[in-house]
Write a protein that binds this ligand. Structure first.
Ligand SMILES: Nc1nc2c(c(=O)[nH]1)N[C@H]1C(S)=C(S)[C@@H](COP(=O)(O)O)O[C@H]1N2
Ligand SMILES: [Mo]
Length: 317
């Protein structure tokens, strides 16, 4: 595993004023059509954890015990996996620069009482954005701590009312090689697909993200909408989602289709089950040299272990 040196921030921290942070947030809320639902709070220093300990400018912060460990913005937005824009970690930031994530629509379909095509702003509008600071663990044994902005997946599920026969939810990325040049190369089957059991998707930890560090999601992080499942490996979080489908069958998933012996449906972070080609016992935080012990369910066992009681996690990996 190659360790990057953290590049210097493009703006000296001395130039970052509360006002500029306030404007960023205001721009985010305006662009996301959210000024109506989120009261403007005190400006905060969301992007500069090393400079000050910020108060959240959002109605709720989850996982704030991790605030002192935040991975810098530059790393979160330049060390990415997004094969639609290339397979190197630096490719998405370079190749997604001209991608336009708006206008955008999201289709909800399948075994659901209220299927709909939503314009992105309508999809987001009912929700209060929360800051959600979680560990982000890639199966490649690197990790970050990311301050996402998002809303619980359970809220969307309640809104669209899955039928009683629905047992799973599937997430599908945009399929358009003109806009996502990496899709010209068959490194994965396109579009990228992911899935969760419905009870996993309803767990309060599972969420949709529309921003990071108080700003709209950068293209390389899955603009304009991706989901995040903090207790699973990063590949379970599908970027640039255009479809959400409720089904009664376990969905196929992009990495399982590509390498079924290496990637299962569940993909729970598990230090005791090695990837066939490397260990999952440790991880390296981007920006650090030492390796940390990987925690069962990425440290969220209290909240999610019960979802898997009675399952053999060596078989259901
Ligand atoms: N559509 C799509 N979603 C994707 C990927 C991808 O290649 N395409 N990569 C996954 C992997 S392997 C990881 S680790 C995370 C990385 O998210 P980040 O770049 O925001 O850290 O996105 C996941 N979602
Ligand atoms: Mo990953």
């Amino acid at each position: 595993m190659i360790i990057r040196r953290t590049p210097p921030h493009p703006i000296a921290s001395s130039e970052i004023t509360p006002e500029s942070v306030y404007l960023n947030r205001r721009q985010f809320l305006e662009e996301a059509g959210l000024l109506s639902v989120v009261a403007l709070a005190m400006p905060s220093d969301l992007g500069r954890s090393r400079v000050a300990q910020p108060q959240s400018a959002y109605p709720t912060t989850m996982g704030s015990d991790l605030r002192s460990e935040l991975t810098p913005w530059d790393d979160v937005t330049t060390y990415n996996n997004f094969y639609e824009f290339g397979t190197d970690k630096s490719d998405p930031a370079a190749n997604a620069r001209t991608f336009r994530p708006r206008p955008w629509s999201v289709r909800v379909e399948g075994l659901v009482k209220k299927p709909a095509d939503y314009d992105l702003e309508d999809f987001i509008k009912p929700y209060k954005l929360e800051e959600r600071i979680y560990r982000h663990r890639c199966v490649e044994a690197w990790s970050m701590v990311v301050p996402w902005l998002g809303f619980p997946m359970a809220d969307l599920i309640a809104r669209v009312e899955p039928s009683p026969s629905a047992k799973y939810v599937e997430f599908i990325t945009l399929n358009d090689a003109k806009r996502m040049p990496g899709q010209r190369i068959p490194v994965l089957q396109w579009p990228y697909v992911e899935g969760l059991r419905l009870d996993e998707a309803r767990n309060p930890l599972a969420f949709f993200a529309v921003g990071v560090y108080g700003k709209m999601l950068p293209n390389q992080n899955g603009a304009p909408l991706r989901h995040v499942v903090p207790w699973k490996y990063g590949f379970k979080g599908c970027k640039s989602i255009v479809k959400i489908r409720f089904t009664d069958r376990e969905p196929r998933t992009a990495w399982n289709l590509a390498a079924p012996d290496e990637y299962g449906f569940y993909a729970n972070v598990n230090p005791n089950v090695d990837h066939p080609r490397w260990s999952q016992a440790k991880e390296r935080r981007i920006g650090e040299f030492r390796r940390r012990a990987t925690l069962m369910f990425n440290g969220y066992a209290d909240q999610v272990a019960s979802l898997y009681s009675g399952m053999d996690l060596r078989k259901s990996y």
